[in-house]
Write a new protein. Sequence first.
Length: 249
Amino acid sequence: MKKHQILKKLFYGSLYIFLFTTTISIAGPVINVDTAEVDAGIIQREENNEIKHIFKIKNSGDEILKISQVKPSCGCTVVKFDSIIPPGKSGNVLQNIKVDRLSDGEFTKHVTVMSNASNMETLKLYIRGKIVSVLTITPEALIMRPDSNKNYSDKVTITTKKDDMKILSIIYEDLNKDDKKWQNEPPLNIKYTLTRSDSSTTDKYYQYTLNISFTNKSKEELSGYFIIKTNHPKQQENIKIRAVIQTKS
């Protein structure tokens, strides 16, 4: 009985030593990344054409890592990558997002890395952030109706970091104008006022209220744009607000 207990202890002791002294390794190529998610922060549209990040890919295995494809989640992204990464070495996956293909606001774009890695066949890499313009106007379109005296009035909100924003001029361009008729009709006599809020937002943006008013005696509906010129150094001209001017209230 005592001999049996001694043999049992020796067996489990040897098994314990074997399990905790043996290094278990994964055969084949093994893919690892320094970070799979990147926060690009706030990106100003007019100051940045693209958002770039290089993800560092390491092969922790004992065979060559072959990246067969890196597939972007949308057409706004261009990718470049090292297709062959030897054991113990690192390579790059470049994700390049074109800012002009993104809308204002928060975004999340990813690429999917496909390889012969033994630990995972696909790996997703993310870039997050927020696109803002140096100047935004809301709403982007107006439908204007007259009062009983044929007077029109509406307003939009302009958001920008410029604390001394000024409107230099506003004209209206009718998309459906007939050239001969347009020459015989006077342009809209547009009046406007711009008022800034007393304080800025937490990210130092100011909000302005732009009131637009005019009188229109035309019997035909107009469809076009208000074209606004400002003193903003990066957004002086070609600010457009879509506007339909109806004849009935």
